[in-house]
Design a protein around this ligand. Sequence first.
Ligand code: MN
Length: 227
Amino acid sequence: MNKLAIPSPVITTIPIHGSEEVFPVRRVYCIGRNYADHVIEMGNDPKESPIFFQKNTDNVDTSGKFPYPPQSNDVHHELELVMALKSGGSNISEVDAYKHIYGFAVGLDMTRRDLQAVAKKGGKPWEVGKAFERSAPMGTLTRIEESGNMDSGKITLTVNGDVKQDGDLNQIIWKIPRMIAHLSTFYDITAGDIVMTGTPAGVGPVVKGDKLVGTIDKLSPLEVIVI
Ligand code: MN
């Protein structure tokens, strides 16, 4: 390989429960509109298909701190189940989907809702609303051997101790095998890819000083302070 002209960019990693190893992140896929009650609260039709978008790999942050980003006055929390893939392919069948999963984590899809709304209205891309610095706070990964398939279980977010989002993974519209199968019709999904699987109802704004605690049954909780 040729000598690098500048220092190599840092690889983004996620800690793994009970392990000294860390999980290297390649891509961050996100699914929107995947819980009917959240689709309705955003004014959309739950009969329409969920949608896909991406965040940048280096938006993933495991520091437990979320710096309030510039260019927005309406940053929202979206608590999500995150799956991490140990292998992949294209045109994966739903039957084969689970064998590509390494594990699961609790994540937050932080969103500049005001910028997203402007983009939506203008039929423009969502990146400025979704893919910004440290916009994907992430907890510790639990291997699927420990967590099981995560097709049901409580998913809850508190802000300063008050319950704001409270759902169940069994409310997900496109189940995990379908998400993987469908994504793999558009992309060559690969080891290191993570998928943020959508948020239940109750999204809302955060302000500096807020303490967010996200919990999903069987997974390590995620605690994040807004700074
Ligand atoms: Mn989301």
